[in-house]
Design a protein around this ligand. Sequence first.
Ligand code: WTA
Length: 636
Amino acid sequence: MPITSTRIKTKDEYFSHWQKAHEVPQDFWAKAAENFQWMKPWSKVQSGDFNDLEIKWFEGATLNITANCLDRHLETRGNKTAVIWESNDPNEAPIKYTYKELHAEVCRFSNVLKDQGIKKGDRVCFYMSMVPELLTGVLACARIGAVHSVVFGGFSAQALAGRIQDCQAKMVITCDEGFRGAKTIPLKSITDEALESCDTVISVLVRERTGGKITYKEGRDHSLLPLIKKASNDCPPEEMQAEDPLFILYTSGSTGKPKGLMHTTAGYMVWAGYTFENVFQMEENDTYWCTADIGWITGHSYITYGPLLNGSTTVMFEGIPTYPDAGRFWDIVDKFQITHFYTAPTAIRALQACDINLVRKHDLSSLKVLGSVGEPINEEAWEWYNTEVGKERCPIVDTWWQTETGGIMITSLAGVTESVPAHATYPLPGVNPVLVDGEGKVVEGNPADGNLCMELPWPGMARTIWGDHKRYKETYFSTYPGKYFTGDGARRDAQGRYRITGRVDDVINVSGHRIGTAEVEDAINEHPAVVESAVVGYPHDIKGQGIYAYVILQPGQEMTAEELTPQLNELINKIIGPIAKPDIVLPVSGLPKTRSGKIMRRILRKIAAKDVENLGDISTLLNPEIVDEIKNGAGL
Ligand code: WTA
């Protein structure tokens, strides 16, 4: 039984809902919001715009998102499975929580947080692997009004420290170590290292997972599970204002350090709940699995909040797609009779490259809907997903969205609007995309190409960058004044359907992870032998984009790429984390620059892509001769 009456069931309805949300957004979102539980009603559905940037949704209302994720379902779905946790080790028994059990668990965890002195508004940082307590912990924060900030367990101590300092977290919740395939990640010792430079943290909770040797700092560190076990399961949800912060999530941009996007309570809730319901079109007894990590926005909105707001069964997986073998995803689909499966193109491409029998030997007949997220899905991967996984009977939803957008923005609706290979297709109701040219002029008509912007606020959008509203304004709303600029390019076909072509700024998307080229350059430039560097993305068969680093060495430093690469990798591991390691390092004697000293990245991107036929006009460069030298160095 769907919760909301705003569920779209036909393509005609989709168009009429979109129209209504466009013409009378206040009425449309008031209706959608009625399907949630509020403590006090709102006085105004929406205020603020892309000029004043004082955007508010459901002002005056009070609520608690966990009352909507948990308490609200107790009567009708108390004994339904809410969460299934699957271990990294296929032989370890899964953990299942019914809605009743999840509610009790979250309440106990909430009481642990309170006992440790965490109060409404305090920031709590999570640095964990995919253990059940990452999900229950995030909800526990939301229950008591603390602001969660999850940092993906693959970031380095320095990256973690930067995030803890930026949001001034009072607590860090971590694991002794995390399992990741055949490896373990020393999360607690990385946390210890990070905390050497973080003086706001008064308490650390450690979820023991591997039993690996760690040290507990007297007075600061506590073992989490025993505390949860003895805590009371009575914890009424805190009454939150609609615009109270719910979480901060850091993501990379084209310049500067990672930005802490802040999402607030009511708008995010309505958006996560509404989009999950309409995009995936689940039925009551379906089982949904999103393979993301809760350290990314996908895991926030579509492992945790979206499914639970809808009373669905959500699966969380601790491991990786290739452990113990590359059939693991399909083994899990079969094991839990997954109906809705949501993953990233990079995983699809990696599995596509493996023995096809690893797919074919598993029973995938439970599947009804497939999803894709995180990066453009190429047609070949789309076709393989459709044929080998979906057996040509499952609609594919290619969902385009961002950390900033809070939830899905452009996608087909499963079984309702058509799936088109490599196309995200239609904007959801409330989403008003436009394509603009380089000058910011809106490109009208179909088909069209341009930079993807949004014209109007939607409930799930991030409200600010934590502690830096000016940067929020400059980053997203100043390129094309009055519009939100996504950083992506897109094409609209003759039917008005969108195809996202990829980032047009200096962000690269490696295996679905957003990496700012400037961040990688800053890390590389820390190397004593490096004068300057330029990092660009290039097409990579599995990762979508690979990282290509051009590096100028100090005079007299004669290092080859082979010598330099491991040293740079070590540095990047330390400063950012292994996800930002370059695939290719090329020592060069100079970089192509304009007369004003700006690096011509366009040329570097073309060389990295081995597309040197048409480099465009290079005669205006300060140093045109460098182009041939770099081409030679790159073996072209
Ligand atoms: C890219 C992930 C094409 C895009 C939810 C965006 C996509 C960035 C798609 C956001 C898609 C995400 N098709 N590109 N279906 N989904 N992207 O913040 O470049 O980690 O700007 O959010 O991923 O990445 P983020």
